[in-house]
Design a protein around this ligand. Structure first.
Ligand SMILES: [Zn+2]
Ligand SMILES: [Zn+2]
Length: 345
């Protein structure tokens, strides 16, 4: 049985879901909520509703290392000795605590693409203020794509779905068609895939995220395709169909395939908006944000909107639909002439 435990967070997104997976004498906690007294009280109370205490758990599994999902894993592990299982690629976030570093690494990249410096400092201050709700934790068992892990009397398949974070995972119980998706697939909210920029890690950004979504879509058709066309991870055959999605935020829902398709069409639509914003000539990424988002975005949303546009620009650049052009010592983007058009470069 998968039980939803709603845990409050100080983030704009609202409560996060932790999951108690129980059965066959095992209780596993998937995600923990942030490291706040409110989250801890809510977790204890929610577990107690199912007659479980932290000491009855066998382990903690984290879908990814963000503060709202993994924030109190360290405190719980220190108190109880419970092992934390998470994907190996999530080490920088979970063990290194590199939440701000990942954003700071993108400072020059973002400023060169029009993000105002004062707004960058304000965004950093905003996120720093929230980061007391996570502390680094040790991953006792690094998970990998294709691992099968015992939870609540079932074997769950670990599906590596990078993009939102490098080591985001989904956990599939093929026997009853349940999938726990973390922030990789949400119901009503669109996942932010951030952007890769100059980050050497390939597992972050919209391009990686779209590949993960295609992979989940193949699962909807009954086969998990490899993570990369060259093979490597993946080729997990014979899984699915999925009957119930348990997302990181919001209610569980049955529409797995339809939600993936909606997400893909949302991505196509947003890419179309980015291209349309460039119809009258080159713009930098921040000018595109101003063209396609409302002017009065709250501070918490501006960086995410910028990241979203940069993610689409990276994908469109790879598809040769747009190209980066230098402008006043910075980087702007222009549409590439479609093949066969008479446009003069
Ligand atoms: Zn997240
Ligand atoms: Zn989240």
């Amino acid at each position: 049985m998968i039980h939803r435990l709603r845990i409050p967070t100080p983030f704009v997104v609202g409560p996060v879901n932790a999951w108690l997976v129980s059965g066959g004498g095992d209780h596993t906690l998937v995600d923990t909520g942030p490291d706040t007294p409110e989250a801890r009280a809510a977790l204890d109370a929610a577990l107690a509703e199912h007659g479980v205490q932290l000491r009855n758990l066998s382990k903690i599994v984290c879908t990814h290392g963000h503060a709202d999902h993994c924030g109190q894993a360290n405190r719980i592990a220190a108190e109880t000795g419970l092992p934390l299982w998470a994907h190996g690629d999530e080490r920088a976030l979970i063990e290194g605590g590199q939440h701000l570093e990942m954003v700071l690494r993108q400072r020059e990249f973002a400023l060169a693409r029009g993000f105002p410096e004062d707004l960058f400092e304000k965004s950093i201050a905003y996120y720093s203020a929230l980061l007391h709700v996570v502390s680094p934790a040790r991953i006792a068992r690094p998970l990998a794509d294709g691992d099968r892990i015992p939870m609540g009397g079932s074997d769950f398949l670990v599906i590596h779905t990078p993009g939102h974070t490098p080591g985001s995972i989904c956990l599939l119980d093929a026997a009853d068609g349940s999938i726990i998706t973390g922030d990789t697939l949400l119901g009503r909210i669109t996942t932010n895939a951030f952007f890769r920029g100059n980050d050497p890690c390939e597992g972050i950004g919209l391009k990686a995220y779209q590949a993960s979504i295609r992979r989940l879509a193949s699962l909807a058709a009954g086969v998990v395709s490899p993570l990369s066309p060259a093979g490597g991870e993946g080729g997990l055959r014979g899984e699915g169909p999925v009957r119930e999605v348990h997302p990181g935020h919001g209610r569980s829902f049955p529409e797995f395939r339809a939600t993936l398709e909606k997400l893909q069409s949302h991505h196509r639509e947003r890419a179309g908006h980015v291209l349309a914003a460039l119809a009258a000539g080159p713009k930098d990424a921040f000018e595109i944000v101003q063209a396609i988002f409302p002017r009065d975005l709250p501070l918490s949303e501006i960086w995410l909107a910028f990241a979203d546009v940069l993610g689409h620009l990276e994908v469109l650049e790879a598809e040769r639909a747009v190209m980066a052009v230098p402008r006043n010592g910075r980087t702007a983007y222009r549409r590439c002439p479609s093949p066969g058009s008479a446009a003069v470069l």
